[in-house]
Design a protein around this ligand. Structure first.
Ligand SMILES: [Zn+2]
Length: 325
């Protein structure tokens, strides 16, 4: 073990649109990185080949053999059977059904291999190297295509019985709300994710509300949460309305999490968090208004400091700890 202590690890963030792989030192320095498009519609085989190609590119450039690393960890969205190392199903990766990704990686590279949910990886990343460094009780709330939460309790990652803890995006926030693809009703992520912002924006545009986004939508470009954030920053009333609508739901969910976990830090990451203060300000204010004072006074609500690198950094940290944290 001691002989391996200086070896870097490879962290991979396998997302629905992008694959990011990075070679990372024990102190959290990114030594080399590689990106690829996921092209998820191709299904598991070709996507796994692209993950391998990204890892191979890093190894080739740095002149390392797989055995020169401490291991490889892949972070992936959606519930993962952590005991078996299996992607059970993935909302962003069509066709992935019980894929034993951990053993597939291990067979290819013959190094310690690990598989972890992306929000859990981000939580480890923020805890070890980022905004939550040293905070033993930390939640990392990832507002992306969906919502995932990584939970650190007393310095340990909480994964639950089968590894699926943290799927807070699929807790009900509106009992009269629409049915979610997961089967539940009125799920948090139907109101507080990047996807929710995009859908609500389309709905308001279709109803004829004036907006600077109307022209963009008319050209056939898909209006993304990033466009909405930009329009909101420029004072567009429709965009500001959608962000404020979503901030209210984000805040409501954060109140639930704060009262449940009494965390020291809640790190807010994921694509939608890039909207910044316009979104996170009102959400944090709601926590201060509605959570128990003993809870709201204890918690810091902060944006991610690792940004898009939280996943690869946390995955590498998980490999350094031999899959235990
Ligand atoms: Zn759901």
């Amino acid at each position: 073990m001691a002989a391996n202590s200086g070896r870097p690890a490879i962290g991979v963030d396998l997302g629905g649109t992008k694959i990011a792989a990075a070679l990372i030192s024990r102190t959290g320095r990114i030594l080399d990185r590689e990106h690829a498009d996921t092209t998820a519609a191709d299904g598991p085989g070709p996507v796994i080949d692209r993950v391998f190609a990204a890892i191979d590119a890093i190894l080739a450039r740095t002149g390392l053999r797989p055995s020169d690393t401490a291991g490889i960890c892949v972070a992936e969205a959606g519930p993962i059977d952590m005991n078996a190392g299996v992607v059970t199903t993935s909302p962003n990766l069509p066709g992935w059904d019980a894929v034993p990704l951990r053993s597939i990686v291990k067979e290819k590279y013959a190094v310690p291999s690990f598989l972890i949910n992306d929000a859990k990886a981000a939580a480890i990343g923020e805890y070890r190297f980022g905004a939550g460094r040293g905070a033993g009780n930390l939640l990392c709330v990832m507002l992306g295509t969906g919502i995932g939460v990584g939970i650190i309790i007393n310095g340990h990652l909480y994964v639950g019985k089968s590894g699926a803890a943290g799927e807070a995006g699929h807790t009900t926030i509106d009992v009269h709300g629409p049915r979610c693809a997961c089967g539940n009703v009125g799920c948090w992520e139907l109101f507080a994710s990047g996807t929710a912002v995009e859908k609500e924006t389309s709905r308001r545009l279709a109803s004829g509300q004036a907006s600077s986004l109307t022209q963009l939508a008319a050209t056939g470009i898909t209006v993304t949460a990033r466009h909405v954030a930009e329009a909101a920053r420029n004072g567009d009333a429709l965009a500001l309305g959608v962000i404020s609508w979503s901030a209210h739901y984000i805040g409501t969910g954060l109140v639930n999490l704060a009262n449940t976990f009494n965390p020291e830090v809640m790190v807010i990451g994921g694509g939608l968090s890039k909207t910044g203060d316009l979104l996170l300000g009102p959400a944090a204010a709601l926590v201060r208004q509605r959570a128990f004072p003993i809870v709201s006074q204890a918690v810091r609500i902060v944006p991610t400091t690792l940004g898009d690198d939280a996943g690869v950094l946390g995955a590498a940290a998980f490999a350094f700890r031999n899959g235990k944290l």
